[in-house]
Design a protein around this ligand. Structure first.
Ligand code: ZN
Ligand code: ZN
Length: 182
């Protein structure tokens, strides 16, 4: 471990813009995950796991999917990155890696005493992290792609001046009310 926070300094070396592609985000997530695994000697094979940047995850910042007692896939919510930034994502990665490690070594998927010990060592939360719903959805009228925005950003205020990067369509803005429905 290169510093007492367990962050390994990686977040300073990778300046991810909030508009980076899922592929770019996933690469950095995997690089960071390898460093955590090495630094803490976790029994996790980063390369044999599937790493997914999810646009569908609604409330969970991250999740570990497993079958037959084997970790299969770690999912990171794109909205968590957009909402809270890379530092928050590193905490989620550490959290999910602890799950993978404990599943591999002790068949344990809970947040019990062992998890708590690791969470302390790796400076992450004991509870699966949640993230809040965005304040606005910017939706492409052509392909229905949806972009979450948590503030009244330029894209929200001047949506008519932007075009969808996937299909060139026009955007419309859908505000989200207090209880999260739209
Ligand atoms: Zn958890
Ligand atoms: Zn589109």
């Amino acid at each position: 471990m290169s510093d007492s926070t367990g962050h390994l300094g990686t977040e300073e070396r990778y300046a991810l813009s909030s508009d980076c592609t899922d592929g770019e985000l996933r690469s950095v997530v995997k690089i960071y995950a390898r460093k955590v695994v090495e630094a803490h000697d976790l029994a996790v094979a980063v390369s044999s796991l599937e790493w997914e940047i999810s646009h569908r995850a609604k409330r969970r910042a991250g999740a570990l999917f497993h079958s037959d007692g084997q970790p299969q896939r770690i999912q990171i919510a794109r909205r968590h990155f957009e909402n809270s930034g890379w530092l928050a994502v590193t905490s989620t990665i550490r959290h999910e890696l602890i799950h993978a490690h404990l599943l591999n070594t002790e068949r344990d998927v809970g947040h019990g005493k062992r998890f708590q010990q690791f969470a302390e060592a790796l400076d992450t939360s004991v509870h699966c992290e949640r993230f809040s719903e965005p304040s606005y959805w910017v939706r492409c009228e052509e392909c229905d792609r949806e972009i979450a925005r948590y503030r009244e950003s330029k894209l929200v205020k001047q949506a008519d001046q932007f075009r969808c990067g996937d299909c060139g369509g026009r955007f419309s803005v859908v505000p989200v009310d207090e209880n999260g429905s739209r």
